[in-house]
Design a protein around this ligand. Structure first.
Ligand SMILES: CC(C)(COP(=O)(O)OP(=O)(O)OC[C@H]1O[C@@H](n2cnc3c(N)ncnc32)[C@H](O)[C@@H]1OP(=O)(O)O)[C@@H](O)C(=O)NCCC(=O)NCCS
Length: 172
C-alpha cells in the first residue's frame, strides 16, 4: 500500500535510484532547484530540511509556502507531490496549486491519481473550496489524472511555446 509521507533522509538510497531513472528530466512535485545537491548525504539532508520547512518558509524568494509529501511504499521512494498554499500571478496562469511526478518504473499503477486524491483531502481539510491544477496540453497522463479527480477544464493558456491546460477541482 502506498503512503504519503513527510520527506525524510531515510529514503536517500531509493531517492537516488529514482533520480537515475528520471535521467535529468524535471521531477515535477519534488521541488528540486538547480543549486540543490541531492546526491551527497549532506546536500540531501539540506534539501529535505528545506522541503519540510517550506510548510512555513518559502524555499526561495518569490516562491510561496508549500506542503511536500513523498509517495512511498515500504522503503521505496516512488514520487513526490507538492501543494502550494497560494497562487502567485505565475501559478494562477501556468503552475497551479499542485504538482506531482512519479518515477518512471512506478507509472501506470494509479499512484498519481491516488496521491492527488489524498492531497485534495488535505486541501479540503485546510478549508480550500477549490484548487487549480495545470498541465501541458499534450500531457495525456496528467490531464487524465486531473480529470479522474474531478478537474473541470477552464481554459488553455500559452506559456511561451507551451500550451497549458488549467483545471479547477471543486472541493466543496
Ligand atoms: C503524469 C504522471 C504523474 C502520471 O502518473 P501515473 O502514476 O502513471 O498515473 P496513473 O497511473 O494514476 O494514471 C492516471 C491516468 O493516466 C493514464 N496514463 C498514465 N500514463 C499514461 C500514458 N503514458 N499515456 C496515456 N495515458 C496514461 C492512465 O491510464 C490513467 O487513466 P485511466 O485510469 O483512464 O486508464 C507520470 O506520468 C509522470 O510523473 N510524468 C512526468 C511528470 C509529469 O508530467 N507530472 C505532471 C506535471 S503536470
Amino acid at each position: 500500500m502506498p503512503e504519503l509521507l513527510v520527506p525524510d533522509v531515510r529514503f536517500h538510497q531509493s531517492f537516488l535510484a529514482s533520480h537515475r531513472e528520471w535521467d535529468g528530466a524535471t521531477q515535477d512535485g519534488a521541488g528540486i532547484h538547480g543549486d540543490d545537491d541531492v546526491l551527497s548525504a549532506d546536500g540531501f539532508a539540506t534539501y529535505v530540511a528545506e522541503l519540510v520547512a517550506s510548510e512555513r518558509t518559502p524555499r526561495r524568494p518569490g516562491l510561496v509556502t508549500d506542503t511536500y509529501r513523498w509517495i512511498v511504499e515500504g522503503d521505496e521512494y516512488l514520487g513526490a507531490i507538492s501543494f502550494r498554499h497560494e497562487l502567485t500571478e505565475y501559478l494562477e496562469n501556468f503552475g497551479g496549486h499542485i504538482g506531482y511526478g512519479i518515477r518512471p518504473s512506478a507509472r501506470r499503477r494509479g499512484l498519481a491519481t491516488w496521491a492527488l486524491a489524498r492531497t485534495l483531502d488535505m486541501a479540503r481539510e485546510r478549508g480550500y473550496d477549490r484548487v487549480l491544477v495545470t498541465c501541458r496540453d499534450d500531457n495525456v497522463a496528467s490531464a487524465r489524472t486531473v480529470e479522474k479527480n474531478g478537474g473541470v477544464l477552464e481554459d488553455r493558456r500559452a506559456h511561451g511555446e507551451t500550451l497549458m491546460r488549467r483545471y479547477w477541482i471543486p472541493l466543496a
